[in-house]
Design a protein around this ligand. Structure first.
Ligand code: G3H
Length: 541
């Protein structure tokens, strides 16, 4: 296939864009949410470029989407003050509120958020190049996550409304908030992954400073008012700007109690080190991964190829759960590569809203150069590009490249490419693959492709202490959101799921007395005359 054919649909003219996906001109976004008010930032702003180009008479032109505030440390610290005051050492209105009332605020937010679906979906496409189907899925999955979180909290509260009697002690145990949470999400899921920490943090009674991801920033704008209208002042504060100008001073202040961050382990470590009292900082981190796909000799190769293509190339490989290296037995290497090449050639390249498009331009400036360097390094060490048009670049677009045979000396063997490059490593003995997994700095997930029960069974036992999830005959993925999502080594800290996130953002707290006549009578009276919102047997239906 010619490169021209591959790129045919990448640069539409404005008139070729369906009306509902057209931009209404650049968004000069200066608004931010501080202490319950939407304020106008008067300082510097940063330009936001789209990964997409438009076709013009003078050739493709990159679209400038608008600007976003470049806030400084002083402004960030004001947001922290607002969150700290709203928390008031746990005595603030929000942490003191009943669970049922907090749920109703989150329901109000969800109602406002749903009305912004089309705007957020449109911005997801323009800001990060995510295709329409996946952008809609990201929005809907986030709404579902909020509904599931509310239901999980109701269940948790019901479980906490009873009393325990153990060894002469009468007690009630509830999960309470921790304090001020700093939430930072990633650009590949700027809505969903951010909200999987933000919403549980809020609903458990914490107050939050939220800084949107480096791309996927403007799409938070339509939600600013939703946040403002739904929560008491100071409970959620939204700031923008470079991490080093904003987040560093927040961490150095020592006033952040929980650090919820999805990004690189280097950035997470650098920020954690700034906290003066590390023992007071709880961290919830989703970090780097290099998930291997392991093809075994006894495999349904067509299924494995389909799953590897989806696993390695959904959203152009920009998923932390993407398959980032594939091991194939030498006996199957040729057939596997041929089938992979055919499957990749069928993927449609284009703009995110076009029907069936799977491959789109990349949002990170310099990313195509970075990927080219990885490919060139592999070529220098003896690998080749195994598919037509592989590694071809046009503006921000990088065509998927299958690189074969990849070996230990190449950067692609260990480095997380986070993009559309598929390194394929041939192996003779499965022990070589086991050694790779054990030696890896990362431990998020892996996929096994095969049908031999004894071989798969043994590999599960051998590899299950290395990663957080083993997928059999399917790609790696986070969902369903009720399943635990975590990682070992440098891949994560803490476990997220609808259920686990409520626990991560809270601490179990016990009120106990002697199981004596006096003790029982006092507790009974507190419940009867309703003097405590902790000690109560109220039940949320
Ligand atoms: O980028 C990491 C995401 O959590 C991956 O989620 O597997 O649903 O794409 P996903």
């Amino acid at each position: 296939m010619s490169s021209q054919h591959v790129l045919n649909d990448l640069y539409p003219s404005v008139s070729q864009i369906p009306q509902q996906y057209r931009l209404q001109g650049p968004m000069e976004q200066r608004r931010y949410l501080l202490d319950g008010e939407i304020l106008q930032w008067q300082g510097e702003v940063a330009p936001i470029n789209s990964p997409l180009c438009l076709g013009t008479d003078s050739g493709p032109e990159q679209v400038i989407l608008g600007h976003t505030p470049l806030m400084d440390s002083k402004a960030a610290l004001k947001a922290l003050d607002a969150a700290t005051n709203a928390y008031s050492l746990g005595a603030g209105e929000w942490p003191s509120m009943s669970v049922a009332e907090r749920i109703s605020h989150v329901e109000t937010f969800l109602g406002h958020m749903r009305k912004q679906r089309s705007e957020v979906v449109k911005l997801l496409m323009w800001e990060i190049g995510k295709n329409l189907k996946d952008s809609e899925k990201e929005f809907d999955r986030t709404c579902d996550y909020i509904v599931d979180t509310i239901n999980a909290l109701k269940e948790l509260d019901r479980q906490s409304s009873h009393f325990h009697i153990e060894q002469g002690t009468l007690a009630q145990i509830r999960r309470l908030s921790i304090g001020v949470v700093l939430c930072m999400g990633p650009y590949n899921y700027p809505l969903n992954e951010t909200f999987t920490t933000l919403i549980p943090a809020l609903i458990m009674g914490n107050t939050v400073v939220f800084k949107p991801a480096k791309f996927g920033v403007l799409l938070i704008t339509p939600l600013l008012e939703a946040f403002q209208k739904s929560f008491p002042k100071g409970v959620i504060n939204i700031i923008y700007g470079r991490g080093r100008d904003t987040v560093s001073s927040l961490m150095s202040s020592g006033k952040i109690d929980v650090f919820a961050f999805i990004g690189t382990n280097k950035a997470a470590s650098d920020l954690k080190k700034l906290h003066p009292k590390p023992h007071r900082l709880r961290c919830v981190l989703g970090l780097d991964a290099k998930n291997p796909g392991i093809i075994l000799p006894d495999v349904d190769l067509d299924n494995a190829v389909n799953e590897c293509v989806a696993g390695a190339l959904s959203f152009n490989g920009q998923r932390c759960t993407a398959l980032k290296i594939i091991f194939v037995p030498q006996s199957l290497q040729r057939t596997f590569i041929d089938k992979l090449e055919v499957a990749i050639a069928k993927l449609k390249v284009g703009v995110p809203w076009a029907d069936g498009v799977q491959l789109t331009p990349l949002p990170e400036p310099g990313k195509t150069d970075y990927l080219s360097n990885l490919v060139n390094d592999a070529i220098e060490h003896g690998a080749s590009i195994a598919n037509d048009n592989g590694a071809m670049i046009k503006h921000n677009y990088f065509h998927p490249a299958v690189i074969f045979p990849v070996s230990k000396e190449m950067r692609l063997y260990r480095e997380e490419q986070f993009g559309p490059v598929i390194p394929v490593v041939p192996y003779q003995e499965v022990s070589e693959v086991i050694e790779y997994v054990r030696d890896s700095n990362f431990g998020q997930q892996l996929s096994l492709f095969g049908n031999n029960p004894s071989e798969i069974g043994q590999l599960i036992d051998c590899l299950s202490n290395q990663v957080g999830r083993i997928n059999i005959n399917s790609q790696c993925q986070r969902g369903p959101d009720s399943f635990p999502f975590n990682g070992r080594k440098d891949s994560a800290e803490g476990t997220l799921s609808v259920h686990d996130a409520l626990r991560v953002f809270s601490i179990r707290t016990v009120v106990a007395t002697k199981h004596s006549t006096d003790g029982k009578s006092l507790i009974n009276n507190i419940i009867k005359i309703r003097t405590s919102s902790f000690l109560t047997t109220d039940f949320i239906f």
